[in-house]
Write a protein that binds this ligand. Structure first.
Ligand code: COA
Length: 669
């Protein structure tokens, strides 16, 4: 069983203790560096046929680690770990005891098969073998393997040490437990594994390769610089710019020839790839004047191939819609996913573009279903069933699972879908990965609200649709805090009927450090639910003081602690079942709250705070506590958030976050 949230899998194996990478070219050492920095204590072998390549690879580890220390991303001790137990060798016998071998040699099927034959002669049948290929199907490269079930393709994206996406290919001979284990390993170590079918180029490179190939087919009408410039509406860097960076022309020839041989001439690589080495293009962002009619032609065809390939991937179930969106953004550099682009274009425009593509490039697939059907999926949450419990996982790995109204509405949608079912005891809400439950409300949405109290208050109300629904529910919802729970993320957890957490989780309301106040109930609900902890909430709201999970458990806010993700989910499910049938709608009565003492406007971190925003917090807590109903109290919170959004402090705090600097509230008051 392969769960949507890989960490729900309970693997029979632990994280690998010894791993080996075959191939010390470009991507092999990058994969190795990721493994060494993510798995403490790992022994890693780099294997190649050329000593100079191995020497360069080891040097690269040292250079990366040094830079990470310089940038404050790694401690000196962690950097030391990365280059300890790192062995570069020409000898396959040295890796006989590896738990996992990743082949990252040249994209040459005969060479790969020779490597696997050599590998199988030295490693145990239990050793997991994966190949990093961007195009060659697993069934083909592993056809001569004696023990096939331990093998699959794990396709990394450049730069592999930092890019979170990894495609994990499901193919007939692979043991599903091995695939689930690989998903688990990747997710545990900070990657985002995406399941794809075993077709040429898997999921994401069907988009990327054909996007590049289509760009080349357009060269009769526009120059490379013009095509790149038009594409900038959709991608951070145009296809020709990326091809130059990656020396990608031979790759497109190879991968599109593979697709053409398998699926039809329409995928054949444009002949120009064989005669050009470097494209004449300009850096992203540099202005290029493009004739309007030419720009319209190029735009249509680029969009056409994007829609064609996205429709084909979903029609053939090569991958899932949410994974396609996420992968296109995080691995391929699209500004928004193709399905979001289609939604914004609207059905009539999509139809026109596809008809044009099929007319000008006969054979390319067009979406087979009515367009609206491609939009029916959850973009930001994963949904799994553990018997009678539905587990909803927040998945926005690029923003530590930060929340916005679309995400909270998706959770609400899942709850509404299952709530009435007699088979369902209740819900668990957790976060993707091991770092964050949620880093709070998505700060990227704030700038447009600054200065508009009514819009900001309404946004808080919109984000609260889910929370207000939970308040009235009779089936339990339990928050499983897999890491930090900040701001709006914590406000969601505080509204759930139960909270469990991993031991290293921590809670914080950092809003005041941004010059705003938490608007989704944090100034209201904790005082009504845990009145004895009022002074702790005062400090969290006014000084952004962190509360460790253990301390929150002692205060009765958290029900149970767990040592790891598996234990966390288990505890959450136990809590759901214990609460089943006992949940009462949230209490609406007013409470009395101890007066605020006078404190300096300084956060627990020492950061200076805005006096004005601190007063907004204090007034809101006081007014909300006295409000006769929960709804009235929540309205106080929405309103206070709106007021804070109009302060100079908010403008300064939000800009500072986006500019990655400490805000200066001394000038704002
Ligand atoms: N909204 C939007 N994006 C967020 C976010 C949020 N609340 N919290 C984190 N992110 C993004 C970061 O911008 C960063 O994106 P980038 O890689 O494109 O730059 C990514 O998530 C990773 O965060 P980063 O800050 O690089 O990680 P870190 O380990 O250095 O710091 C935090 C982690 C949580 C301390 C820091 O991200 C933070 O202070 N976030 C804001 C928390 C907050 O104030 N929440 C309340 C909002 S009302």
């Amino acid at each position: 069983m392969r769960f949507a949230n890989p960490l729900l899998h309970k693997p029979a194996r632990t994280l690998p203790k010894t791993a080996a990478i075959i191939g010390a070219g470009t991507i092999g050492p990058d994969i190795g560096y990721y493994l060494k920095s993510a798995i403490p204590g790992l022994t890693l072998y780099l294997v190649d046929v050329a000593q100079p390549a191995l020497d360069r690879a080891v040097q690269r580890f040292r250079d990366y680690a040094r830079k990470a220390v310089e940038r404050g991303k790694m401690s000196a001790a962690e950097a030391e770990q990365v280059t300890t137990n790192l062995h570069a060798t020409l000898d396959y016998d040295a890796i006989s005891h590896a738990d996992w071998v990743i082949e990252a040699a040249t994209e040459d099927i005969a060479l790969k098969r020779r490597i696997f034959a050599r590998l199988e002669s030295v490693v145990s049948p239990e050793t997991i073998i994966t190949s990093n290929t961007s195009s060659l199907p697993a069934a083909r490269i592993f056809s001569e393997l004696r023990h096939k079930k331990r093998a699959t393709v794990t396709h990394f994206f450049a730069p592999a040490w930092r890019n979170p996406i990894v495609e994990v290919v499901r193919w007939d001979a692979a043991d599903p437990a091995i695939l689930a284990y690989l998903d688990w390993v990747f997710c545990t170590t900070g990657k985002v594994p995406l399941a794809t079918d075993d077709v040429p180029c898997f999921m994401l490179d069907r988009i990327f390769d054909n996007w590049c190939n289509e760009a080349a087919h357009l060269l009769g009408r526009a120059t490379a610089a013009e095509v790149d410039s038009v594409s900038a509406e959709f991608v951070h860097a145009g296809p020709f710019f990326v091809l130059n960076l990656a020396h990608g022309n031979p790759i497109i020839i190879e991968t599109n020839t593979l697709q053409a041989d398998e699926e039809g001439e329409h995928y054949r690589p444009a002949p120009i790839f064989r005669s050009v080495d470097t494209w004449r293009t300009v850096a992203p962002g540099k202005p290029v004047t493009v004739d309007q009619a030419v720009a319209a032609d190029v735009r249509d065809r680029l969009l056409g191939i994007l829609i064609s390939q996205s429709g084909d991937i979903l029609d053939r179930a090569i991958g899932a819609a949410a994974d396609l969106e996420l992968g296109c953004r995080l691995a391929l550099g699209f500004k928004t996913g193709p399905l979001d682009i289609m939604r914004k274009l609207g059905d009539a425009e999509v139809t026109r573009i596809v008809e044009r593509l099929v007319r000008e490039r006969p054979g390319l697939p067009a979406p087979r279903k009515p367009l609206g059907e491609y939009q029916q999926f959850h973009r930001y949450v994963l949904v799994d069933r553990l018997d009678d419990v539905v587990v909803v996982t927040l998945r926005r790995p690029e923003a530590l699972n930060a929340m916005h109204d679309q995400l909270t509405d998706e959770i609400l949608d899942v709850i509404r879908t299952f709530e009435a079912s007699s088979e369902i005891a209740g819900f668990v809400i957790t976060g993707y990965g091991t770092r964050a439950f949620s880093a709070g409300a998505d700060i990227g949405r704030f700038p447009q609200m600054l200065g508009d109290a009514a819009a900001a208050a309404q946004y808080a109300r919109d984000c609260s649709r889910l929370l207000v629904h939970i308040d009235a529910m009779r089936k339990p919802v339990v928050a499983a805090l897999n890491g930090m729970a900040l701001g709006g993320g914590l406000e969601l957890a505080l509204r759930c009927h139960g909270i469990v957490a991993v031991r290293q989780a921590w809670l914080q309301l950092p809003e005041i450090m941004l010059g705003i106040v938490p608007g989704l109930g944090a100034m209201v609900v904790p005082y009504r639910r845990w009145p004895a902890a009022a002074s702790v909430f005062h400090a969290m709201l006014r000084r952004a003081q962190r509360l460790k999970a253990e301390a929150a458990r002692d205060l009765g806010i958290i029900d149970a602690l767990a040592d790891d993700y598996a234990g966390l989910i288990e505890a959450a499910v136990v809590r759901v079942r214990a609460l089943a049938g006992k949940v009462q709608p949230a209490n609406g009565a007013a409470v009395s709250v101890a007066a605020f003492d006078t404190i300096e406007p300084v956060a627990a971190t020492g950061q200076r705070l805005s006096v004005e925003v601190m007063r907004i917090v204090e007034n809101a807590v006081r007014d909300a506590a006295a409000a006769p109903t929960l709804n009235d109290a929540l309205e106080v919170g929405y309103g206070a958030f709106g007021v804070s959004a109009c302060t100079a402090a908010a403008r300064e705090g939000i800009s500072a976050f986006q500019e990655r600097r400490t805000p200066d509230f001394t000038k704002t008051g």
